[in-house]
Ligand binder design. Sequence first.
Ligand SMILES: CC(C)(COP(=O)(O)OP(=O)(O)OC[C@H]1O[C@@H](n2cnc3c(N)ncnc32)[C@H](O)[C@@H]1OP(=O)(O)O)[C@@H](O)C(=O)NCCC(=O)NCCS
Length: 246
Amino acid sequence: MFGLGTLSRVVGEVRRDVAAAHARDPAARGAGSGEILTSWPGVQAVLAHRVAHGLHAMGVPLLPRTLSMVSRTWTGIEIHPAATIGQGFFIDHGAGVVIGETAEIGNDVTLYQGVTLGGTGFQTGKRHPTLEDNVTVGAGAKLLGAITVGHGAKVGANSVVINDVPPNTTVVGNPGHPVRVEGKPVEGPDTDWIHLPDPIADAITRLSARIAELEGEVSRLAGSEREHVAEVRPLRPAQGPSPAGG
Ligand SMILES: CC(C)(COP(=O)(O)OP(=O)(O)OC[C@H]1O[C@@H](n2cnc3c(N)ncnc32)[C@H](O)[C@@H]1OP(=O)(O)O)[C@@H](O)C(=O)NCCC(=O)NCCS
């Protein structure tokens, strides 16, 4: 059942999972492999899953689900034993991650805490997402249904994604919508979902400008030199947040 070939494959997978933590978690840079294996819940959950998945594939009853449940209790990460996971998979922080039965995950994928790869209802068959190689999913994102997230795509923290994501695309928001393709902002009349009109902010800006104008007028009538009494600041940040890590 377990030959030398299986053993060397498992050792190779463990090495690559630990290397993924080293490479993608800035907090792991000074940590040795032993420390990562004993203290990184994301790495422990993936290792437990690799064993549970192997037993599940061999048709062993009960044990895979039990192992998955123990791992969930220990790490806060729930991975169904049937879920398919490639090499170099890294879950940072981990708590609250749920990976469903028919989820398929490629190589070198990264998930942050609170990510759900879930179904949308009570249907059977393939009903969970497929993540191709090098996908990154931000904290709290929910990916629902039998969608495909293309290789190299990024999903923003707290996004809700229910449609396919093309390769090398960044999606954010609820519903998840593309804001970058191949690193460039998306183009076209209906593609800018980030800079939506904000009538309340616009009205406050106009009122602030009028107050500044009136205060200037009052100052001039009172013989004061000051022309601009009130300062009008832009209400929207000019820059979005940088992708976080660690
Ligand atoms: C989605 C993400 C990968 C984008 O990174 P990026 O490719 O460098 O793109 P930018 O930061 O330039 O963001 C692109 C636009 O989307 C917006 N945006 C970014 N992340 C967003 C999010 N999670 N929700 C809503 N809007 C978001 C930005 O404001 C920016 O808008 P702008 O065009 O007006 O500037 C990143 O913001 C993110 O969410 N990473 C997850 C990090 C995480 O979960 N960390 C947990 C550590 S414990």
